[in-house]
Design a protein around this ligand. Structure first.
Ligand SMILES: [Zn+2]
Length: 146
């Protein structure tokens, strides 16, 4: 795990703490989801003070994810560290690309939470996001180690 990725995450945790945002750690990932209140995009946008959320992906040209369960993070984490720092499916996938998502244009979010087996911050979108929420895509985060 890189110091720069840990530092970026630590700064985001401090940012949310300063804004008094609950970051309840996850204990049993799937069961805990139903306990997390569903929030509006406007609510999350206000707590992030204009910041965007990131969809880390292996696909440079990934499209909208309307209707698809999706995880986002506020932190730019390199491909090598993402799987270790977040509770992501297919942990070893090299997520070399980021899509910037405008939270105010997302219908429903849950979180933030901090995975008990990771150190990152994640938001869950039970219904994904539409194309209008994708404010920038194809941001290269670097190449992971093979
Ligand atoms: Zn890293």
């Amino acid at each position: 795990m890189h110091g720069s990725c840990l530092l970026a995450t630590s700064l985001d945790i401090l940012f949310l703490q300063h804004r008094r945002v609950d970051q309840t750690p996850d204990i049993w990932p799937e069961g805990h989801l139903s306990d997390m209140p569903v929030r509006t995009g406007a609510d999350v946008a206000a707590e992030l003070a204009g910041r965007k959320l990131l969809r880390l992906t292996t696909n440079q040209h990934e499209g909208p994810r309307a209707g698809m369960k999706t995880w986002l993070t506020p932190t730019a984490i390199c491909p090598e560290c993402a799987g270790q720092m977040l509770h992501l499916p297919n942990e070893l996938a090299q997520r070399e690309w980021a899509i910037l998502i405008e939270p105010s244009l997302v219908e429903e979010l849950q979180g933030p939470r901090r995975p008990i087996m990771g150190v990152g911050i994640e938001y869950y979108l039970p219904k994904g996001y539409g194309e209008d929420a994708m404010v920038h895509y194809g941001v290269h985060l670097g190449s992971g180690t093979p």
